[in-house]
Design a binder for this molecule. Structure first.
Ligand code: SF4
Length: 330
């Protein structure tokens, strides 16, 4: 069974964009692949961050993933910093990663502009990502469009390591992207991808009242100034969200009512809110139950980290040996 590694940042609560864009996919992949799913807290400190809430956000993210259906009996779910070999392998891979390639990364160039003094961690982020994948010798990685350049770097790093230290073998497989339906979920502002930092999200665990409070003012087709103005559903994010939460006959009716000015945008949003609330209710219930079982969540993450550490130790033994380090007596 091919192995998959995938990580998600501990932004706290999952939102619709994470769920539709990544986590639903994880839940499907765990049926057919050997999956390692990781809350990547080491990646979360590469910019300014709130250290007071990091542990809570990490726990909440794990709860969200479990509530969405990540199944610890099928996949290994763990927290990145609980497996110190991620940092060790990153350091070793730093030694074979050219500075120029890191400086060329689009995400680095974008994010570096936000800093007066750019932290080295921001530059080295893709090396840590390569270490995450190679540590488990994963063959496949589900990646979003914004991560393809980083995956290409991981492939390059694997090639370099194999050629310098592989002794004629490809110890590290070159990780390939796993092709799944790309879902880019726009935020409620209709302007940018749904993202917690932009405040344009609906949380998966939001209450029915919160969902409605956020959906009500969401941006729609600006041509619909009054109920009598016909609209174009194809340029409206609410219509796209209906496609994920409403039955197909409702989606057809939404398009027809929009084009024919047969209802107002608030009616359209109310129907979306009702379907969304109904779809998300079981996830919310599972998350609330897990929040009352902190011992169970700790146990799952502890078991996941133990399995990940065992797999990582096997890789690191070979890596240290091939790179010429003196073998430790213990
Ligand atoms: S009627 Fe619905 S699909 Fe049409 S613009 Fe309003 S919210 Fe969007």
């Amino acid at each position: 069974m091919a192995r998959i590694f995938s990580g998600i940042q501990p932004s706290g609560e999952l939102h619709l964009g994470n769920w539709l864009g990544a986590v639903q996919n994880w839940v499907n992949l765990q049926q057919s692949y050997d999956c390692l799913f990781c809350v990547v807290d080491l990646h979360a400190i590469t910019g300014q961050y709130e250290h007071e809430s990091l542990a809570q956000r990490t726990r909440d993210m794990a709860i969200g993933l479990l509530a969405c259906g990540v199944d610890p009996s099928r996949a290994v779910l763990f927290v990145q910093s609980h497996v110190p070999a991620h940092s060790e392998l990153q350091w070793l891979l730093n030694s074979i990663t050219p500075l120029g390639e890191l400086e060329r990364m689009t995400q680095f160039k974008d994010k570096a502009q936000r800093f007066e003094s750019v932290p080295v961690g921001l530059l080295n982020y893709p090396v840590l990502m390569a270490a995450d994948i190679l540590l488990y010798r994963a063959e496949l990685v589900p990646v979003g469009e914004d991560q393809t350049q980083h995956l290409e770097l991981a492939r390059e790093v694997a090639r370099r390591w194999n050629s310098e230290f592989g002794g004629g073998s490809d110890f590290f497989p070159e990780p390939r992207p796993i092709l799944t339906e790309a879902k880019r979920i726009m935020g409620l502002d209709g302007q940018a991808k749904m993202s917690k930092s932009l405040g344009n999200t609906i949380g998966l665990l939001d209450s029915p009242e919160e969902i409605w409070r956020k959906l009500r003012p969401a941006v729609t087709d600006p041509a619909r100034v009054t109920r009598k103005d016909p609209g174009n559903p194809e340029i409206c994010n609410i219509y796209y969200l209906h496609k994920y939460f409403s039955p197909s006959e409702t989606v057809l009716r939404v398009a027809d009512h929009c084009r024919g000015a047969k209802w107002g945008c608030l009616d359209c949003k109310r129907e979306l809110a009702d379907n969304m609330i109904r779809t998300l209710a079981p996830i919310r219930e599972r998350a609330l139950a897990l929040q009352h079982q902190p011992g169970r969540v700790e146990e799952i993450l502890g078991d996941g980290a133990a399995t990940a550490r065992r797999l990582a130790a096997e890789t690191m033994r070979t890596v240290r040996e091939r790179m010429g380090f003196l073998t430790s007596a213990d």
